[in-house]
Design a protein around this ligand. Sequence first.
Ligand SMILES: Nc1nc2c(c(=O)[nH]1)N[C@H]1C(S)=C(S)[C@@H](COP(=O)(O)OP(=O)(O)OC[C@H]3O[C@@H](n4cnc5c(N)ncnc54)[C@H](O)[C@@H]3O)O[C@H]1N2
Ligand code: MOO
Length: 400
Amino acid sequence: MMKSMITVAEASALMEAVPLTKKIIQVPIAQSTGAILAEDLFAKIDIPAFNQSSVDGYAIRYDNQFSNNAYKIVTKIAAGNAAQHSIQPGESARIFTGAPVPEGADTIVMQEMTRIENDALHINYPQLQAFENFRPAGSEIKQGALALPKGTRMSPHTIGFLAGLGYDQVPVFASPTVALIITGNELQTPGQPLQHGQVYESSSYMLQAGLQQMGISHLQIFRAKDTLEEVTTQLNAALHAADIVMLTGGVSVGDYDFVVQAANNCGVTPIFHKVKQRPGKPLYFGTKGEKRVFGLPGNPSSVLTCFYIYVWPFIRAAQGQTTELKRLQAPLVNECNKKIQLTQFLKGTYIDGQVTILTGQESYRMASYAQSNCLVHLPETPNHYKTNDIVELIILPMYG
Ligand SMILES: Nc1nc2c(c(=O)[nH]1)N[C@H]1C(S)=C(S)[C@@H](COP(=O)(O)OP(=O)(O)OC[C@H]3O[C@@H](n4cnc5c(N)ncnc54)[C@H](O)[C@@H]3O)O[C@H]1N2
Ligand code: MOO
């Protein structure tokens, strides 16, 4: 049965109880940044794959050092040289950085420490140690060893490591597909002239940007006027198109709010409608088979806060991450008299270890959101918060 006026914790738990099934896909390694490895990955080869010189110089056998201070130079080996070379005692090979060390050699002397006389190599470096400038095969990682465990977040450095092991693709948890339905008769596209009574449609841009921060750049956007027929038609189409459908607006109790009814028409099972919170009290959540439907209350601040608090962790879980946005405790700079019996998420700024609650908290206001870097999370119970009282903050993704 659909629940109503539940707590934030209950709403989060009801969503967590119906996670999306995690899917594993192979992606080209260069496009894997931010994704989570879905399997343990093992070294396909030794790194280095051969004994390698780390400098430009001469390869010798250390045992022979100075016993014969005029080494015959028998060959020249550049990086990428495929031929197998070897040297005998008393011989040396001209060698370059990254090149394979010849059989019989174990030490490379930098060319700055040498001189050539009568075509022979002389070493001016009594401190030379055995194995100097010599990178043994497999010294970084041996073939078959664990390179990176399942759960690793892909980044430029993990990509560099795995590409060096020969991986061109990696198995990662797929991001869910997402569709948006923007509802509202009053909405006008930014860039177009605004008639009396119209507002610029901002939520689709905001949500696209938020999803992009989660690595989701492709989403389908549907638009619906405030009629039951249109919202139902668009919701049916969106449910076919994506794993997650987010609707904005039309989720409250007015004569033109059709989201809950349209969801029923489309066979969506309602899980809850209305949460004891501000902003975002009319939040709706439902399921249809493997699909999940979020009805985000239309005021732009409510849309964005519900996205961060509910949709963000839900998508992160499907992507193989359990991370909510980062939370921490900090002292308040300003007082706050919280009178309402609702959880509040207030736009704030967290600077130098202290948090300020910004003015302009109503859910139609975006100017304060535009200045904020965190949300201050005040629990349901009314309270008079004084300066220096410790409160919980939720750091917004750009700043986390
Ligand atoms: N009688 C009651 N009225 C309202 C209640 C209530 O409990 N009882 N709750 C209020 C709360 S809280 C919210 S939040 C809103 C949510 O209403 P809806 O989800 O039905 O949203 P709309 O009415 O469609 O829009 C609200 C507001 O936001 C503007 N909007 C909508 N979409 C966009 C968009 N894409 N870009 C920019 N602005 C948008 C819209 O023009 C409205 O001004 O209900 C309260 N009412
Ligand atoms: O959820 Mo409403 O956001 O408080 O205006």
